[in-house]
Ligand binder design. Sequence first.
Ligand code: NAD
Length: 329
Amino acid sequence: MRVVVFSTKPHDRQFLTAANAGRHELVFLEARLLPETAALAAGAQAACLFVHDHADAAVLATFASLGVKHLALRCAGFNNVDLSAAARHGITVARVPAYSPHGVAEHAAALFMTLNRRIHRAYNRVRDGNFALEGLLGFDVHGKTVGVIGTGKIGVCFAQIMRGFGCRVLAFDVARNPAAEAIGAEYVTLEKLFAESHVISLHCPLTPQTRHLINARSLVQMREGVVIINTSRGPLIDTGDVIEALKSGRLGALALDVYEEEEGVFYEDLSGQILADDQLARLLTFPNVLVTSHQAFFTQEAVTAIAATTLGNLDDFAAGRPCPNALKA
Ligand code: NAD
């Protein structure tokens, strides 16, 4: 099959080419998929997309008119694809449901530990010849209460890491996962999780129910000085509300690997340019905010697994076989 790969970065080209081993004709494009770039898929039977590519109704109509029959997402989340429109056009969609949940959970833990022990500040400080301890006071993680929202593959890995630190883990999910209970996580209401957690980590998908789960109303239910970590999807957090909570001190620290308006910024080298997003610029001024650029997935193991599963999905499409990773509307 001829497959047009949108949003290609050098590592995509490297890992997908290796996994492909010449089976399909992969056409690598740097362009993001938007209504204006959808026509670049002309001549391809499949398109391969990443998190900032938008397969909305307009894009899918263009794809249908061009004869694009399959979408292979090289990510787990699929909130960027209009699955109903895809079904209407007879376009099949598959994703990579799991690729090292450990890597994402480990990044969430790394962000938390960096913020708590001020490693990001200490790193810069000692390089400037400043060996003072003022402003670097952290807290023992052992014995603290950690709230995990969303106890699927990544949430359970994160809970396990926190149990390893000697934490009490409170969990909230719409469905209980026995694997979480097996490691000692205690399912509670969202209200109890908010009220008792010193640290809250988000691991649920972005849905209409979870959009702005962290907002002014939920923030006032939390402990003064709570630490929030988001490695899931940016719009789980109302950015304006967390900025206010950071200014008042109610929110003790914030770690973001994802951000509400990350598209067009994350994954781009904008050094030397003026940042147009005032809220992101404000977030970056806080000493107790750590932002990484949607990199939680970015480990050797995960990128290798993503490429292998994506090519497997394309093989299923090409052979007309049922694909176990297909998504239904
Ligand atoms: P998963 O499907 O295994 O788990 C998601 C869990 O969230 C499920 O247990 C589900 O029941 C729960 N959930 C659904 N709606 C909920 C709600 N309203 N409230 C509470 N819980 C709810 O997914 P996963 O593999 O663990 O991934 C979790 C999220 O992490 C993904 O949705 C994706 O957005 C994000 N992610 C980010 C990166 C990154 O690089 N930052 C990489 C992979 C995944």
